[in-house]
Design a protein around this ligand. Sequence first.
Ligand code: A3P
Length: 322
Amino acid sequence: MASTDRKVANGEDNAVFSLRRERGLASSYLYLFQEFWCPGIAIEGVKSFQKCFQAKHGDVVVASFPKTGTTWLIALTFATVNRQHFSAENHPLLTSNPHTLVSCLEFKIFCDDIHDPVLHLSNMIEPRLFSTHTPFTSLPKSLTESNAKIIYICRNPFDTFVSAWTYFNKIRSTMSLPALELEEAFEMYCNGVVSFGPWWSHMLGFWKESLVRPKKVMFLKYEDLMENVNFHVKKIAEFLGCPFTAEEESDGVIESIIKLCSFEKMKDLEVNISGKLDKIIDNKLFFRKGEIGDWINYFSPSLIQKLSKIIEEKLDGSSLSF
Ligand code: A3P
């Protein structure tokens, strides 16, 4: 049982006990916390992140809704920022999963895993790179009001759903839990009851901020990255204040980063075939198909109609579209 669920069961955590909770795609309960559906195992982490995180000049945070391309963007960002330090032949991304190199603030740094997160953070090599699934409105002020940079990735909600449903069913099977039927999971997704959901509020939070403060928040779509990754890697480097020089461009540095972080390369690395993240999650679960439009193989006409209508309604007037 996850720590928050256990505390709730034992009546230890009255604050969490009072929160509305629902079953989500994953195994643990989701709690309606600060207007988003927070996995029980992440509540304490989000709270500590909010309370204790002190942003530093140069910090970079990769933010995302789960299953939208986080792993890919983390890898591209890590390789871009650290390109002076590692050669393509001897790169940490060849032997470590991207999530090991760039830790998640609420799941790793401020969870039970690290004994003294503040000390750990102060000892990190700069620029510090992190990831988060916490919605924009719940990020600590220290992060939103500093000049730390946030890069956000989102993805077509159809593909995000299929990726999430298949991923969480694999997690469930490793815990000997029965798989969720597609229709059951789809209902949760349409109601926004998914980890860090509703997904529309999540993406709109970062979208709006990227329009108001484009130097603070860079907003990317998985589909755009797929279409022209070279263009977006250059944009990422510019946004982070470390643009590629003409020499780097002609030396093929961008192409080598793209190749290193490509789905085909990463999924076949030994660490991503047989390794585990934090001794729990099989790294291979982060690499499924890496395609646009796989949803067509799963959706019936009525499900297409339903999700299209939700997307239209929720994103109406936002200038964000898919
Ligand atoms: P699919 O399940 O559609 O294949 P996240 O990293 O946020 O968990 O997202 C996982 C999705 O990104 C999965 O999508 C996965 O296959 C895809 N993905 C992982 N690494 C990728 C890469 N290097 N390039 C493109 N897509 C990648």
